[in-house]
Design a protein around this ligand. Structure first.
Ligand code: PMP
Ligand code: GLN
Length: 411
């Protein structure tokens, strides 16, 4: 086998999704909605399938023309600058492949990539597969007593500045963040942007949860800050936008001089992604363009619905003594389990992190699947953050009620 596979063989989704399937009654682990996408995109998909033979064949490598046009039109308005559909957009197999293509296209052997912890786990192996060296910096809870919101988790400007070296090629940020739900404020993004500009560093901004913000938190695109468009790759996902994670349509938006190199990777790896799914997503964005910021917009309805679900799950967690960090955005609640007094130490997994052992106990003893948060940390920092587990609340009310039953019996 190739050396690049060394040390990255373990995968939290593979492991915990298998355990959830084998033992759990209620799955609040892997992040996906257990409800259907909105009617208008489902109908668009069916329509595409019946539209004629070409909808079943290859389409343009870098993105089906209707999709790159609708993405460019939609995001030009959001970002306040003209996006060129042919030069500045690359359609990918989910956000995963946008990230993979970015690292492969931009990172050389020995380049350093700053990764903010907790981070979506694939950033680390993707940087390493490109020959890069991840350099980690954790968000830390502010020293103000009880932590109630993901907004209380912040970067230290001095610590961040100290991570930039002459070898730094890029920084990866994720807003709203998975798993914490932190939504970066403009001042926080400006601080990151200033460092990127000062050190001539690229920014990979994973914004798959961009529409999902709560309590008035506002998602800001770092690419919209002065001097950042030219150096930012913004990653998005139709899976998260339209609650259709199985379609695996994602995209990268950036300046043409960056997208050009990502196209080189893309054309020599997957070439393009499924045509009818791209057609359906194109129609979805056309529809959302027309109803933008009106009550009919799915991108307004979805966060309103999820806000309720978030609050429902948070009070369930509190009822058993799990301490939720209230997320300002995204799919997940991170909760502190350190005040739960149970013996979760199965001798068969004594070498594993404390949160992983707790999650296994929860799955096997209570039938409830979640995800250990140490999976979102580097080995050097995971020990400092092993008292948290992650719950997904993007679920039918009946699923959350089934979780409530488990909690009721537990109390
Ligand atoms: N980034 C983050 C932060 C995620 O949570 C996920 C998982 N949805 C992805 C990227 C991958 O997205 P996709 O399913 O579109 O490949
Ligand atoms: N992004 C989803 C999560 O964080 C799922 C990722 C995956 O299954 N690979 O739960």
């Amino acid at each position: 086998h190739a050396n690049r596979t060394n040390g990255i063989d373990k995968n939290v989704w593979v492991e915990f999704t298998q355990l959830a399937a084998a033992y759990s009654k209620v799955n609040l682990g892997q992040g996906f909605p257990d409800f259907a996408p909105p009617k208008f995109v489902q109908e668009a998909f069916c329509h595409a399938l019946n539209e004629g033979p070409m909808m079943h064949q290859y389409t343009r490598a870098f993105g089906h023309i209707p999709l790159v046009k609708s993405l460019a039109k939609f995001f030009s308005r959001v970002i306040g600058r003209e996006i060129d559909p042919l030069e500045d957009v690359l359609v990918t197999v989910g956000a995963y492949q946008a990230l993979f293509s970015a690292f492969q296209a931009l990172i050389d052997e020995g380049d350093e990539v700053i990764v903010v912890e907790p981070f979506f786990d694939c950033y680390q192996p993707m940087v390493m597969m490109a020959g890069g060296k991840p350099v980690y910096i954790p968000l830390r809870p502010k020293d103000t007593g009880a932590v109630v919101s993901s907004g209380d988790w912040v970067l230290s400007p001095e610590e961040l500045a100290s991570k930039f070296t002459p070898r730094t090629k890029a920084i990866v940020i994720n807003t709203p963040n998975n798993p914490l739900g932190k939504v970066y404020k403009t001042e926080e993004l400006q601080m990151i942007a200033d460092l990127c500009i000062k050190h001539d560093v690229l920014c990979i901004s994973d914004e798959v949860y961009e529409w999902l913000t709560y309590d008035g938190a506002k998602h800001v695109k770092i690419a919209s800050l002065p001097g950042m468009w030219e150096r930012t790759i913004t990653v998005g996902s139709a899976g998260k936008t339209f609650s259709a994670t199985g379609w695996k349509v994602g995209w990268a938006i950036s300046s043409g001089h960056i997208i050009k190199h990502m196209k080189t990777i893309h054309q020599n790896t997957v070439y393009h992604c499924a045509t009818p799914a791209q057609e359906a997503v194109a129609r979805g964005f056309e529809r959302e363009y027309e109803v933008f910021e009106t009550p009919e917009s799915y991108l307004k309805q979805l966060p309103a619905m999820l806000h309720r679900k978030r609050d429902k799950l948070a009070s369930l967690l509190e009822s058993v003594g799990l301490k939720p960090i209230m997320p300002e955005g995204g799919y997940f609640i991170t909760a502190d389990f350190s005040s739960i007094e149970v013996d979760f130490d199965d001798p068969s997994c004594k070498d594993e992190a404390k949160d992983a052992r707790f999650v296994k106990w929860l799955i096997k003893e209570k039938g409830l699947a979640t995800i250990p948060v140490s999976a979102f940390y580097s080995p050097e920092h995971s020990k400092d953050f092993d008292k948290y587990i992650r719950f997904c609340f993007v679920k039918e009310d009946s699923t959350l009620d089934a979780a409530a039953d488990i909690f009721r019996k537990w109390r």
